[in-house]
Design a protein around this ligand. Structure first.
Ligand code: SUG
Length: 434
């Protein structure tokens, strides 16, 4: 049974537009967001995945505001004073720093870390290396509180959790969004680790790639992967420049299936041949630019769909934007070719406007992972989470509201209510605000 770690946008979900190389984020920076609707849309995807038989482990959104960036930048006083001063600061990085404190980007758990099952690791245990997400301030705040949550949530010693790589420029790591584990006929994992800079490809021009080759290599080393079972691949600079800030914007792979855009990788033909040689049963669907240009692909997020094995069939969970026009024609072609057997479209507009489709909203994890039982997603829990969001989330939010102490109080009480609903011990809320 496929398993994933999922989360939700927090009550301060907003569009700041500071995500590097992410054209959806840039286009919506400063726009009005709808936090409550964002949750309901994400829960709808979770419901669908549950019906397809996917085990989902739920981690609460990260507590906000997280004032570390303001304190580090010398804004003094209590939270309200710090935020007020940051809001008044006309120049410099203060608007970014203030927005970072309220970021809900941890909803995109594909970036939480890189996962490898016990069978592939010399440590002999399922492992997760947290991602430093150091390419963007608002995301660099995520890994430490996530590690604390996981440490409190994992049971039966079922996961070896490794702290992130240090945030050195050479080691920027974006986690599972740039990692795909394929499986050969003997059941061995072949790890595709995709970088956006300092690898085999010439540098991108418009946007700087986020993940460095050295980071991908360090990830493989830290996880204890067999170097013979790792393939280091570089994104095509044209893909980065069109807005593929992560490889999962132009490629999705699962077990024995790979779906990707013709211009996803540098030297793609050679790499695909190599993959096919190593995994003869691998089915590759490479969509030519003539059928869907890079710009169209990044607009509709077709390649950020999920490929889900259900019995002997493959289901595609795709963004709603792929239900019409040229993306729809590509999907029909995949169905006709037997590459997939069914398609489900989800409305994830609130997440998509920040640059996150279905695949961004999950981290694939080994079947053996065990978290506290109350974090196992069920239809009942999904209904409770929907009621919780209806009661506690703002309907709308403007970035200009981000210094409002009332919003801080609202976020805090929402989180306390969530911990109560999930029957989590008081240590969870102390860790947030202690
Ligand atoms: O890191 N967007 C996220 C989107 C992450 C998508 N994840 C994957 N592709 N796996 C990012 O660019 C937008 C925030 C804003 O605009 O406020 C943002 O952080």
């Amino acid at each position: 049974m496929p398993s994933e770690i999922v989360s939700l946008p927090g009550p301060s979900h907003h569009y700041a537009g500071y995500a590097p190389g992410n054209v959806a984020s840039a286009a919506h920076g400063g726009a009005l967001s709808r936090p409550r609707l964002a949750v309901l849309q994400c829960l709808q995807r979770m419901r669908l995945l549950l019906d397809l038989g996917v085990q989902q482990w739920f981690l609460p959104p990260l507590a906000r505001p997280d004032l570390r960036p303001l304190t580090a930048a010398g804004f003094l006083g209590d939270g309200a004073q710090q935020m007020g001063a940051a809001l008044r600061e006309a120049q410099g990085a203060a608007p970014q720093l203030l927005s970072a404190c309220w970021s809900a980007a941890a909803m995109w758990t594909a970036n939480l870390g890189t996962v490898a099952p016990a069978a592939d690791r010399k440590q002999g245990r399922d492992g997760l290396l947290l991602a430093n997400l150091a390419a963007a301030t608002h995301r660099a705040l995520e890994w430490q509180p996530r590690l604390r949550q996981l440490t409190a949530a994992v049971i039966d010693n079922s996961l070896d959790m490794l702290p992130a790589l240090p945030p050195y420029a050479d080691l920027h790591d974006e986690g599972g969004a740039n990692h795909t584990r394929l499986v050969d006929a003997e059941g061995r994992g072949l790890h595709c680790l995709v970088d956006g800079r300092d690898g085999a490809a010439p540098p991108s021009q418009r946007f700087r790639g986020r993940q460095s080759r050295s980071a991908s290599q360090a990830v493989a080393r830290r996880l204890g992967l067999d170097p013979g079972q790792c393939l280091f691949i570089s994104q095509h600079p044209a893909a980065i420049d069109a807005g593929a800030f992560h490889n999962d914007v132009v490629m999705v792979g699962e077990g024995s299936r790979v779906l990707l855009h013709q211009q996803a990788w540098w030297q793609q033909d050679e790499i695909l041949e190599q993959l096919q040689r190593r995994i003869p049963q691998l089915r590759i669907a490479c969509i030519p630019s003539a059928q869907l240009s890079l710009d169209e692909a990044i607009q509709c997020y077709l390649f950020n769909s999920q490929l889900i094995p259900v019995a002997d069939q493959w289901h595609l969970v795709a963004p709603e934007d792929c239900a019409v026009g040229r993306p729809r024609a590509v999907v029909e072609g995949l169905l006709a070719a037997g590459f997939i057997h069914a398609v489900h479209f989800c409305d994830l507009r609130q997440s998509m406007d920040g640059g996150g489709g279905p695949a961004c909203l999950r981290l694939r994890v080994p079947d053996g992972l065990r978290l506290l039982p109350q974090l196992a997603l069920s239809h009942g829990l999904i209904t409770s989470l929907a009621d919780w969001a209806e009661a506690h989330y703002p309907e709308e939010l403007q970035p200009s509201q981000l210094a409002d102490p009332a919003l801080a109080a609202r976020c805090q009480s929402a989180m306390h209510e969530l911990y109560r609903l999930l029957d989590l011990p008081p240590s969870w809320s102390e860790a947030d605000h202690g």
